[in-house]
Design a protein around this ligand. Sequence first.
Ligand code: NAD
Length: 507
Amino acid sequence: MARLVDTDALAGTVSGNDRRTPTGGTITVTEPATGQVLAVIGRAGSDDVRTAAATARRAQPGWAATPPAARAEVLRTAERLLTEHRDEAIEWLVREGGAVPGKAGYEVDAVRDELWVAAALLTQPCGHLLPSGPERHSVARRIPLGVVGVISPWNVPMLLGMRAVAPAIALGNAVVLKPDPRTAVSGGHLVAKLFEEAGLPTGVLHVLPGGAEAGAALTRDQDVAMIAFTGSTRVGREVGAVAGGLLKRVSLELGGNNAFLVLDDADVDAAAAAGAWGAFFHQGQICMAASRHIVVESVADEYLDKLARRANELRVGDPWREEVDLGPLIDATQLDRVRRIVAESVSAGASVRAGGIRHSRLGFRPTVLADVTPTMPAFAEEIFGPVAPVTVVADEDAAVEAANRTEYGLVAAVRTGSVERGLALADRIETALVHVNDQTIYDDAFGPFGGRKYSGNGSRYGATQSWEEFTQWQWLTVQPSTTPPPGRPSAKACDASGTRSGGRSAT
Ligand code: NAD
């Protein structure tokens, strides 16, 4: 079977089914585990964004007018192609993104779900029939926004792009996707190829790998009606400010600093297994990572011992050539950040119970920090690395207080022997997602995914939420063509209550 992505064909081009020579230079796609160059591809500059957005705007009405069944077929075909090319997609996620094959496979299958769910949106009603006078037909219908700009990060590149691209396209929008340059193939070119091969008309999807310059150009482009941004809170604020000034819709899915609470009645074995998974999955580079382990003191020693034992058993290395549990961090900047946070926390009094050291090129041993207090960087900052800071608290009330002591509000998980206790605690946690007796990293294509506080601006992804995110309401009224025009407004046209007899059309 021919490969989906031909790396030679990517040199000097901006992808999407509208190819041109990019103005931003090139991106060297590098394997973080080895430093090996995987491809040299085009980097989009702001001129490319302008051209793509204008082309997308021209293409969008034709796509919106395409029958829903035909639009759904494109999404289902893209899913089928991804299934056929699952191994190739996994290879890119492993080599370009440093994922272990398990994470990559999970991501590909989650993308397949997104495509199916997006196709299924087109089986649902898209409006309401409203009460109205006998001659007037009044409906509220959902119509596309126009061009949606999607800006995605590198950590779960294919899924975090596709969770916006697939529903936006399904609902009749055109899309300009700007993936992070570090994962331009798995987060960009692969997505473009899937839709191109699936028969999406030229001009409806543009994929422009690039950095901050391209992202900023997309945010302010006059032809882009909405920005769907996933990334850090720092950049999200900038994007939100620019989009807000231009009165564009903007969805912001931002950082997290997520509490994993272990109560005194928890099964500590299971809690340690879940805590290790939540902290170390994809080297901790997940917005939902279990990044603050808040443990009630009566079980804290046992939890720390078991968590440290698990951390010590995990293998770190090259996920493409070795059988490992953790791959490398994405780049040296990220590695330096993790080392700095660990070092500063240790200087402030935290103790290393496992890991704490670099492993090979960009690897970092899964790390357990004990004696962590809320003023330490390991508690206060989003680490985005394989570090489990453990903070001991006296009781459940103190656990809730510690969990909420953060500017972020993405997700929390609680381990307890009592489901009732877990449910009651969920009421007191200031996060958009709460999982009882799970770990923090859980997402699917159906739930309302988003963040509270500095983790987002109230937008939500997921099946039914897509209608809210990627369409707008149009109120449409229709009268028979024989309807006489309204007369001149006059006092006589109002009844005693001041209501105009012909509804509001005479105003
Ligand atoms: P980042 O904010 O630096 O970059 C995200 C994207 O924005 C990239 O494509 C980048 O090129 C682009 N960008 C950078 N500057 C820009 C600008 N000025 N204007 C427009 N676009 C710009 O994020 P990162 O550090 O690469 O990713 C990790 C962060 O993303 C973490 O904070 C993580 O928690 C967050 N994240 C959140 C979610 C979620 O769903 N809430 C999911 C994954 C990651």
